[in-house]
Design a protein around this ligand. Structure first.
Ligand code: PEP
Ligand code: MG
Length: 862
């Protein structure tokens, strides 16, 4: 291998890359190429720095020689990615007794002494590794300087090094070694750096920012890091302004006139105007909003460095769109600059990044966003709060369908148990409310209505807390929240993403409110409407109870007759809101007893409502209970055992189809059967549903079509997909249950040990969160292959919670699925992730394609 030169003077023409010299060196070269007034700079390659760490000695004299006599230099880290950090920068290298005298002539004795003292203190701590307490920053008096030099000599048994070349050699060695230390390596690996990531170093002539006329140093940027809107922010430390130039005494001078206090704009308007012009040059030259680090020496401006403006996700979107709209970057580039997983930050309120946080519980971040409210410990209390328009946070050991109304009423939900697909998590994501689950570090006392934290703090009902569903924490009090940022930039970027992607994105939506959200986020239809959620409203629950408790077919029929118009209205609403987009309705899925009360009070109320003795009600509830309800009488099993329920639902769907079609809308409903494990189940139900369709066509004297599909949620359904596909139009993978059943792992209890499992590498990820491509994915591939073998145009999709996860979308796209369906609030993430995959992946061999009006590629069935 050819050895590179130990150091390279950065010029316009020199060959330098971020892969060999680091991002800072590369950026400085770009600044030089853009004619920025950058002080002379020399770069050391990864190879050189690694050699220094390994004990190689380099002659620093020629390096320093390139700076000319009487120069001070700074040394800064230059890793391949700026965010990997690096050792602390060293300033003022070259400062010694002689320079003290020289600089005293130009910048004044006190300023020169301050520089020397600052250097001795930094060198002693960072390079000689002496105790920082011995070298705390002090007033730069003559005594303080003498004392620091004496302590150094005493501790090191040698005087403070006077030769700038020796100083520089020691600084380079100490920074090179610091980078190779174990803790530094672990720290940067946590930020995504590879174990063997190299470090470059950048040596630059110091612009002292000191002098008689306006002098100082600072950073400036031209957009806000929080919002991305045009705004000049930064800081500037003036060293002159008629005062002694003491770094630690200098006052902040505000950058521009619109902020309070004296401004750089007033003190040195030419420099301020120049900086603004530099901002424009960098924006177009580097195709990025940059933060500029600068120094001002008696009115003369130097640009020392520039980094990407640090930014919150909402700011990132505004900046990317603004750059693309002004032609600086392409739309594709703008899309790729936004990490899909950061989008939920824009869709919900968030705890402001500079807010004070006082965490009282930590758990899984099950649904993003933040909400402040009073603690409540029951669904009833949550509803009472909502009635008084008081925001509240509902805390439960876990939630069940009984809590749904309380969850609607609350601003956020915290549960002690549960995982990413537990009841609370799924419902909260659907509602777009923050939710934290699996908070094992709290103790709940539901009787006393208290929450006790691990460190013994007790919070009672009514206390104000803030739930941070994005970070998975509950905080005491009411920190500042930021509002959602669904503005024009967001919409523009999402429209660009839609033009780029090649897999459909639908939403899981159960209610008109969900459907409105799905539309607002431009979902291409509803991929899963869980109809059971429609029966939890007060008026319907009572009829539901009558249906469940019916002793005769006649009584059950009467109850279903009452439910029919309500269901029909539900579907009319959904069809109207979705305006011609496909709506996939899953017939009733849960075990019936999920609709029955568990508390004594609930049972008593039910007995009263049904006019039955409490003992009868208790007895019936007991009779309906199952040892293993998730594997019991639910889904198609219920549909076959009590066919009237599915028949009522099918009728409601078809009647709603006719009603809405008569108003001029195109409706092609999709009906989906849950928890199928055998073709015969589908045959039986298909016969019933076809009969209902024929009856409605007859009664209403009209024609309509519908598509019948199967939800593949059991491993057997996946294996038998060939047989099943023969009699269905589509297969949608319910990967929540399929994951549960493939692993034999309860989705509601996984939270208990998932953390440990992931930590110990048993599972690479929580399989309820990211699709297990190896195991569950193999079942999906088998089913897809067997299904397509008998029906090449079979529509395939997933509708489990994985539908919103970028890695799982990658899997579905590669498997050639038509669409993924996820919670409405995850639709933007899915759209953006799909666009990223389409833009970065080599095209995958897929099913026949067709194009939509925008020229976008769609797969058949989407
Ligand atoms: C599933 O099992 O993946 C699914 C979508 O259905 P549910 O979550 O309602 O069981
Ligand atoms: Mg399911």
């Amino acid at each position: 291998m050819q050895k590179s030169a130990p150091f390279t003077e950065i010029t316009r023409t020199v060959d330098l890359s971020a892969e060999t010299h680091g991002q800072r060196a590369k950026c400085i070269q770009r600044l030089i190429r853009l004619d920025m007034p950058v002080p002379h700079t020399v770069a050391l390659s990864f190879e050189t720095v690694h050699g220094i760490a390994a004990g190689q000695v380099i002659d620093t004299r020629p390096l320093l020689g390139s700076f000319g006599a009487d120069s001070l230099v700074s040394v800064r880290p230059s890793p391949a990615m700026q965010e990997w950090g690096g050792p602390t920068a060293m300033l003022d290298v070259g400062m010694n007794d002689t320079m003290l005298l020289t600089l005293s002539e130009t910048i004044g004795a006190e300023a020169a002494r301050a520089l020397y003292l600052r250097f001795v203190q930094a060198y002693a701590v960072e390079v000689a590794r002496l105790d920082p307490e011995l070298f705390e920053p002090t007033e730069p008096t003559r005594d303080a300087l003498v004392q620091s030099l004496e302590i150094y000599e005493e501790e090191m048994d040698e005087p403070f090094p006077q030769d700038p070349a020796d100083q520089l050699a020691a600084v380079l060695k100490s920074m090179a070694r610091a980078w190779e230390g174990t803790s530094a390596r672990l720290l940067r690996q946590a930020k995504g750096a590879p174990p063997d990531a190299g470090l470059g170093l950048v040596v630059q002539r110091m612009a002292l920012g000191m002098g008689a006329a306006e002098s100082g140093s600072g950073v400036i940027q031209f957009v806000s890091s929080e919002t991305g809107l045009a705004q000049i922010t930064g800081r500037y430390l003036s060293q002159s302004q008629g005062r002694d130039a003491l770094a630690h005494r200098a006052e902040a001078l505000y950058l521009s006139r619109d902020s309070r206090g004296p401004s750089l704009e007033d003190a040195c308007p030419e420099a301020f105007a120049e900086l603004r012009a530099f901002g424009d040059v960098l924006r177009t030259g580097l195709r990025e909003e940059m933060q500029i680090e600068f120094a001002l020496d008696a009115g003369k401006l130097s640009v020392l460095d520039a980094v990407r403006v640090p930014r919150a996700p909402r700011a990132a979107v505004r900046i990317a769109v603004a750059l693309a709209e002004s032609g600086v970057i392409s739309k594709e580039d703008a899309i790729l600059r936004i990490e899909p997983r950061t989008l939920p930050e824009l869709l919900h309120r968030q705890v402001a990044f500079d807010a004070q946080r006082d965490p009282i519980a930590k758990g899984m971040a099950a649904s993003p966003g933040a909400a402040t409210g009073q603690l409540v410990f029951s669904a009833t209390a949550a509803q009472a709060c909502a009635a008084q328009e008081t925001p509240c946070i509902l805390v439960r050991p876990e939630t069940s369908p009984e809590d749904i109304r309380g969850m609607h009423a609350a601003s956020g939900v915290l549960t002690e148990k549960g995982g990413m697909t537990s009841h609370a998590a799924v419902i909260a994501r659907g509602l777009g409310k923050p939710c934290v689950v699996g908070t094992r570090d709290i103790t709940l006392d539901l009787r006393a209505k208290t929450l006790t934290t691990r460190d013994g703090r007790v919070f009672a009902e009514g206390d104000t807390v803030t739930l941070d569903g994005t970070a998975g924490a509950c905080l005491a009090g009411a920190p500042r929240l930021m509002e959602p940022a669904l503005d024009g930039s967001f919409r523009t970027l999402m429209a660009w993403a839609d033009q780029a992607r090649d897999i459909g994105i639908r939403a899981n939506a159960d209610t008109p409110a969900d459907a409105e959200t799905a539309r607002r986020f431009d979902a291409e239809g509803i991929g899963l409407c869980r109809t059971e959620h429609m029966f939890f409203d007060e008026d319907r629950l009572t009829v539901m109870h009558e249906m469940i408790f019916a002793e005769t077919g006649e009584a059950r029929g009467a109850a279903l007759e009452r439910l029919l118009p309500m269901q029909r209205e539900d579907f009319v609403d959904l069809f109207e809101i979705m305006r011609g987009k496909p709506v996939c309705i899953r017939l009733f899925d849960p075990p019936l007893h999920e609709f029955l009360p568990t508390s004594r009070e609930g049972i008593w109320n039910l007995a009263e409502a049904l006019d039955l003795p409490v003992s009868t009600v208790t007895h019936r509830i007991e009779a309906l209970s199952e040892y293993n309800p998730m594997l019991g009488m639910r889904g198609v099993r219920l549909g076959i055992a009590i066919p009237e329920i599915y028949e009522m639902q099918a009728r409601a769907i078809f009647e709603a189809t006719v009603d809405v079609s008569l108003k001029g809308a195109i409706v092609t409903p999709e009906i989906m059967l849950p928890l199928v494990s055998a073709r015969r189940e589908v045959e039986l139900l298909k016969t019933n549903i076809d009969a209902v369709a024929a009856a409605v066509r007859n009664e209403r004297g009209t024609r309509f079509g519908f598509r019948l599909g199967v939800m593949v949620e059991t491993p057997r359904a996946a294996l038998k997909a060939g047989e099943i596909a023969e009699i269905t139009d589509f297969l949608s993978f319910g990967t929540n249950d399929l994951t549960q059943m493939t692993y034999g792992l309860s989705r509601d209890d996984a939270g208990r040990f998932m953390g440990t499992y992931v930590q110990q590498g048993v599972f690479a990820e929580d399989p309820f969160h990211t699709l297990d491509a190896d195991g569950v994915g193999e079942l999906l591939n088998i089913a897809a292959e067997r299904g397509r073998a008998v029906k090449p145009d079979l529509t395939l999709s997933i509708c489990g919670e994985h539908g919103g996860d970028p890695d799982s979308i990658d899997f579905c796209r590669k498997a050639g699925f038509s669409y993924v369906s996820c919670s409405p609030f995850r639709v933007p993430v899915a759209r953006m992730a799909a666009a990223h995959l389409a833009l970065t992946d080599a095209p995958v061999e897929k099913k026949p394609r067709r194009f939509n009006l925008l020229g976008r590629v769609l797969r058949s069935g989407s």
